[in-house]
Design a protein around this ligand. Structure first.
Ligand code: PRP
Length: 211
């Protein structure tokens, strides 16, 4: 698994505001989108393209277009939904599938409660969006699901990750074609399996408590 941790002052600046417990919900939402767009630049570095011919007002030249089947973007509900707009702004023709997952507060094990994906992902490049890679359980299950459907190339994009989460993903994906793009690699997990220093509960900060 290839791991990329962003080291860009603009990303770190936006992350610092995002982490602040005083940052209000509308600003938090906007920052998640902006960070996604910045991370998408690295995440799509190996997006598949096909040569094409372009006629400019001056001459005929060569260019590229996204290959078919088009990439599939998979936000993990709820919090991953906050990243979707930031990604589709950059890749507007990509298709979007959804996975709903929730982590048990006691055991920290993920459960899948919703799934809306193409039946076959054969030959598809998939981009999974989730702001938080904590224990790694949710993302590992999501990636496993995509491979079971036939995906052969998965890029996961998270705003924050932990060494524990990266290790869990590494164990799960083995030698398969997976890339992980992180806005930052934090210190680790606390006893509630929250990322430290982290930013709290991304889903709650985006959408409020769901109880
Ligand atoms: C959070 C987060 C990830 C997951 C990370 O979602 O958005 O999906 O937990 O934890 P893990 O790496 O230990 O699996 P949560 O279950 O709180 O659901 P939500 O997005 O609906 O708030």
């Amino acid at each position: 698994m290839k791991v990329f941790v962003a080291e860009h002052p603009l990303i770190t600046h936006k992350l610092s505001v995002l982490r602040d417990h005083k940052t209000p919900q509308p600003t938090f939402k906007q920052l998640i989108e902006e960070l996604m767009t910045l991370l998408a630049y690295e995440a799509t570095r190996e997006v598949r393209v096909t040569p094409t011919t372009v006629v400019t007002p001056v001459a005929t030249t060569t260019g590229v277009k996204l290959s078919e089947p088009l990439p599939l973007i998979v936000p993990i509900l709820r919090a991953g939904l906050g990243m979707l707009e930031g990604m589709t702004r950059l890749v507007p023709t990509a298709e979007v599938g959804f996975l709903g997952m929730v982590r048990d507060e006691e055991t920290h094990e993920p459960t899948t409660y919703a799934e809306r994906l193409p039946e076959s992902l054969q030959g598809r490049q998939c981009f999974v969006l989730d702001p938080m890679l904590a224990t790694g359980g949710s993302l590992a299950a999501a990636i496993e699901f995509l491979f079971e459907r036939g995906a052969d190339d998965v890029t996961a994009i998270c705003v924050l990750g932990t060494p524990e989460g990266v290790e869990k993903l590494q164990d799960t994906v083995g030698g398969r074609n997976v890339k992980l793009v992180l806005g930052a690699l934090d210190e680790g997990l606390n006893e509630q399996a929250f990322i430290v220093p982290g930013l709290g509960d991304a889903g709650d900060r985006l959408y409020g408590t769901a109880e």
